[in-house]
Design a protein around this ligand. Structure first.
Ligand code: PAZ
Length: 346
C-alpha cells in the first residue's frame, strides 16, 4: 500500500466505544481552588502602589546592579473574623527568622524584598525595636545633648553601617501585610514581577501563613455581638488553597523556591517536609521545630537528603545566629539552580 494511502479514516466514529455506557462521565473543566479564591476575594486597594515599587526595584537590579533578588516572607498572617475587624485569629511568628535572614542575604550580596507582617521584626531595627529595653535605654544625656549609651555604641555602629549600606545601594525594600488575604495577593503580584529575573529570583518563604480562613462572603460587617450567639461562638473556617503550587507552576516557574516547615512533634518533621516537596515540586524545604528553631534546622531536598545545621551550645550562648549558617547554604543551592538554568539555555 502506498504510504500516502491509509486503511482508516479518523472521521469515522468508533462504533464500539461510542456505546460503552460503563465509562464514567468526563467532568467539566474545573476552576482551581486558588483561582476561585482570587475570583471571590477583593485585592487590597493599595496593591498597584506595591506593584510599581517592586517593578522599579526589580528593574534597577536587573539593569544596574546585576544582583540576585530574594523575596523573604516573614511573620504571621491574621484571619479577620469581622470586616470592621475587632477580633482576628493570628499565627505564631515574631519575624525573627525572616528579619535575621534578610540581613545575611544583604551581607552576601543579594537584594531583598522583605514581605513582612506589619509591626513584626525588621532587618536592622530588630536589634533594638522589640527587646525588653525601652529604646530610650540605648540613649544617655551628655551636656544637654542625647548620645548613644557607651554600652551599646560599638555594636550599634556596626548595625548602622550595614543598614546604611543596604539603603544607599537600594538593596532592601519593605513590603507590609497583615491579613492572609493581603499576604496572598501581594505574594502573587510580587512573584509575577520577579519572574522577569528568571533563575536569579529566589523565594525564601519563612512567614507563618494561616492554613484556614473565613471567606469574605461569610464575614460579618460589624463586631460580632455575643448575645446573638447564645453565649457560644462557633467559627466555620475554610482551608486556604495551596498557593505554593501556583507560585511554582505559574507565577514564577523559573525561580528557585525554598519553603519552611514548622512542626512541634519531631517525629513527623521530615515526613511533612518530604510531602511538601512531593506536593509542590519545589527545590528545598527547611524544617524546624518550634522548641529548637533558633538552634537547629534541617535542609530537606527532593531526593530525600537531610542536612542538619546546628549551633553548638557555646555558639548559642554567645548569641550566634543560626541564619548566619543557613543563608550561605541556601545561596549555594541557588547558585547551582542558576548554573543549571544557564546550561539549559545555552
Ligand atoms: O518568626 P520566628 O523566628 O518567630 O519563627 C520562624 C518560623 C518558625 C515561623 C519559620 O522558621 C517557619 O517555620 N515558617 C513556616 C511556618 C509553616 O508554615 O510551617
Amino acid at each position: 500500500m502506498s504510504p500516502l494511502k491509509k486503511s482508516f479514516h479518523t472521521s469515522n466514529p468508533d462504533a464500539d466505544t461510542a456505546i460503552d455506557r460503563t465509562i464514567p462521565d468526563f467532568p467539566a473543566a474545573q476552576i482551581s481552588d486558588e483561582d476561585k479564591y482570587f475570583k471571590n476575594h477583593k485585592p487590597p486597594s493599595y496593591l498597584p502602589e506595591i506593584e510599581k515599587e517592586v517593578a522599579n526595584f526589580v528593574e534597577f537590579h536587573q539593569n544596574q546592579s546585576g544582583k540576585n533578588i530574594v523575596l523573604v516572607t516573614s511573620g504571621g498572617t491574621t484571619v479577620p473574623l469581622e470586616n470592621n475587624t475587632v477580633r482576628f485569629i493570628d499565627n505564631f511568628s515574631a519575624g525573627t527568622r525572616g528579619a535575621t535572614s534578610a540581613e545575611y542575604f544583604l551581607e552576601n550580596g543579594y537584594a531583598v524584598i522583605f514581605l513582612h507582617r506589619e509591626f513584626s521584626l525588621l532587618p536592622y531595627s530588630r536589634h533594638y525595636s522589640h527587646t525588653t529595653n525601652c529604646f530610650l535605654d540605648y540613649m544617655t544625656e551628655v551636656n544637654n545633648k542625647v548620645e548613644i549609651n557607651r554600652d551599646f555604641a560599638d555594636e550599634m555602629l556596626l548595625v548602622l553601617r550595614k543598614y546604611k549600606a543596604a539603603k544607599e545601594s537600594n538593596s532592601l525594600i519593605l513590603i507590609p501585610y497583615t491579613t492572609v488575604n493581603q499576604y496572598l495577593y501581594t505574594l502573587k503580584s510580587i512573584s509575577e514581577i520577579m519572574e522577569r529575573l528568571e533563575s536569579k529570583a529566589l523565594f525564601y518563604l519563612a512567614a507563618a501563613v494561616s492554613d484556614f480562613f473565613l471567606p469574605q462572603s461569610k464575614m460579618p460587617q460589624h463586631k460580632i455581638q455575643s448575645q446573638d450567639h447564645g453565649g457560644k461562638l462557633i467559627i466555620d473556617l475554610e482551608q486556604v488553597p495551596k498557593f505554593l503550587s501556583r507560585l511554582v507552576d505559574n507565577w514564577a516557574p523559573s525561580a528557585m523556591v525554598v519553603s519552611f516547615k514548622l512542626e512541634t512533634d519531631h517525629t513527623i518533621l521530615i515526613k511533612k517536609a518530604m510531602s511538601a516537596l512531593e506536593r509542590y515540586s519545589h527545590q528545598l524545604v527547611i524544617g524546624n521545630l518550634l522548641q529548637t528553631r533558633k538552634k537547629e534546622i534541617v535542609f530537606v531536598t527532593p531526593d530525600g537528603h537531610e542536612d542538619w545545621v546546628r549551633l553548638t551550645d557555646e555558639q548559642y550562648a554567645q548569641k550566634e545566629e543560626i541564619e548566619k549558617l543557613i543563608i550561605p547554604k541556601v545561596i549555594s543551592y541557588h547558585q547551582q539552580w542558576i548554573n543549571s538554568h544557564s546550561l539549559k539555555t545555552e
